[in-house]
Design a binder for this molecule. Structure first.
Ligand code: SF4
Length: 184
């Protein structure tokens, strides 16, 4: 079960299907998440608690929520752009996720341009190492295929293979719901 933890994000990808940026009004509080999401998942027998966003690691209370889920026996996973993994290192060491999916959309120059922030590519690859060292069950690199990167995917293979990630996935293609569909 996937929980969209927040609409907040510090990147500006044109393919973002949630048009992430600012935190949305009415996002659940930590108390509400524990009661309405975590407790319900436990009652359902404990399906994987998938945390996505926006960038979920921007939530100040994400450590509390993960700790609660972990204490109640839920396996959890996270979708992230990877840029905040370093500052959340202790969270991942204390509560290693079963799976982490880190976004990588192309070679360095293309990825950074696409994500709207220089250094995003290096941060994503560094995140793989940090997550593996923390004991994350599996780390994968995920690519959204668009017109901007479709002909450059093969350039990524050496990087992906050298990254230490346990796999790569391309679960989504840019779609009309994205904020910059016409540019993707
Ligand atoms: S990093 Fe993810 S949530 Fe943030 S803008 Fe890009 S696609 Fe959207």
């Amino acid at each position: 079960m996937q929980w969209i933890a927040t609409s907040a994000c510090n990147l500006t990808c044109p393919h973002c299907y949630s048009s992430a940026g600012a935190r949305a009004e009415g996002e659940l509080s930590a108390d509400e998440v524990e009661r309405l999401v975590v407790d319900e998942l436990v009652a359902l027998g404990g399906p994987m608690f998938v945390i996505a966003g926006g960038e979920a690691l921007l939530r100040k209370d994400i450590g509390r929520i993960v700790a609660t889920a972990h204490a109640r026996g839920l396996r959890w996973s996270v979708h992230t752009h990877g840029g905040l993994i370093e500052r959340r290192r202790e969270l991942f060491a204390a509560h290693p996720p079963a799976l982490a999916a880190v976004s990588l959309d192309g070679p360095r120059e293309l990825h950074d341009r696409f994500r709207g922030r220089e250094g995003s590519f290096d941060a994503a690859l560094a995140a793989v190492g940090i997550l593996k060292a923390a004991g994350c069950g599996k780390v994968v690199l995920g690519t959204t295929v668009t017109r901007l990167n479709a002909d450059r995917l093969s350039e990524m293979f050496p990087t992906v293979l050298a990254s230490g990630a346990g796999g790569a996935s391309s679960p989504a293609a840019g779609r009309p719901a994205s904020r910059g569909w016409s540019r993707c």
